[in-house]
Design a protein around this ligand. Sequence first.
Ligand SMILES: Cc1ncc(COP(=O)(O)O)c(C=O)c1O
Length: 457
Amino acid sequence: MTSTQLSIEGSIAWHERAQKVIPGGVSSPVRAFKGVGGTPRYFVRGEGSQIWDVDGNQYIDLVGSWGPMILGHAHPSVVSAVQRSAALSASFGAPSPNEVLLAEEIVSRVGGAVERVRFVSSGTEAVMTAVRLARAAASAAGGTQRNVVVKFAGCYHGHSDALLVQAGSGVVTLGLPNSPGVTPGAAQDTVVLPYNDLSALEELFATRGHEIAAVITEPTPANMGVVPPLEFTDTNGVHLNFNDHIRRLTSAHGALMILDEVMTGFRISAGGWYSKYIAPDGWAPDLFTYGKVIGGGYPVAAVAGPASIMDQLAPVGSVYQAGTLSGNPVATAAGLATLQLCDDSLYATLDQRAAQVGSVIADALTAAGVPNTLQSGGNLFSFFFTDTPVRSFSDAQTQNVAAFNAFFHAMLDGGVSLPPSAFEAWFVSGALTDDDVTKIGRVAKVAARAAAQVIGA
Ligand SMILES: Cc1ncc(COP(=O)(O)O)c(C=O)c1O
């Protein structure tokens, strides 16, 4: 179902113009609504939990720019930090204090696992840098060249060539698992395994462990829908989850572990997924990647880790990485103002709101007879319109996309903006109100009936 009861003439007109000058009319593919059908909305304003399109339609925002808008839109502290910094110049292309302050804030939040932070402008760049650094560090430590990077099907780590192999996010939404333009040379050093498949990982390390530079993972994949790491119990009754096993195997074979916290970093807790779910178990990955929240809606991302590895980056070491706008003073001011408001009380609110929204949606779907599975990783969550839990990318293919799309459009018509894809996480902000949750529940009842019609429930 792609028709809408709202007046969206303005969005339709902008999308026609956009398609004449921008491929598909969009600067990032999922925004084009190809996965759900219909016309994307063109937005002009946001405040708190609400956003407005060019036609004046108002929506509760559960996309949050795909994660960065953790405080809601146009938070006064972030707006004034940006205004103050922008008035002093947009960019110097030279060191400036804001990037140091933001790096100090990140270091203080993650404890000893992060001693150095190198800023870039997107998560893609951060991961690209982390992979280069990991290859160099693992090769130097082992004394032989290690080229292989292991990733998991359905995880998305940005659009650099080496990682655009069986990726999630827009790649799965559009059904383009392996992009043309990625050379066999770039793809041959990337090994893709099924997520949560411990035997496959153990077997790979047993046969090719000496070639592996790094394993990269999302701590809870959230780009094929949310898929938490499974727990495995060994013959001695010891419980270790999939992340624990990645660390155990990489350490044993001289490979690095890259924890891609671009989505989860500083969204799940004050120190990201790592501080809440990994640090208590006493281990750390070798490198982290961050993005989204650390820019508060502006282009900031980072690779981070211990000095012993990070100082292999130029100019201290010989691994090259650079950027004209890296550590931009305005963007880092926005990130710092955002992080300073990300305290324990905000994380408690996010957890509560995620649980509330998940529960009103699940109730509505269940009442309408629509099979549904709510999957969560901290305050990130998504719905699979199926009865069975999803543990991997191949399980995620059981998603009932037609039912999701009917639900999505009815929610949008009712004034609730969800991610325009059946395979993306939903994002709550600290600005959501009790009234918003009530409205989401009310609209979900109508939307669930639309989904029920599609599946004939
Ligand atoms: C886990 C993860 N890594 C990397 C990226 C790429 O970040 P960016 O879109 O800023 O390039 C994303 C984007 O969604 C992501 O979710």
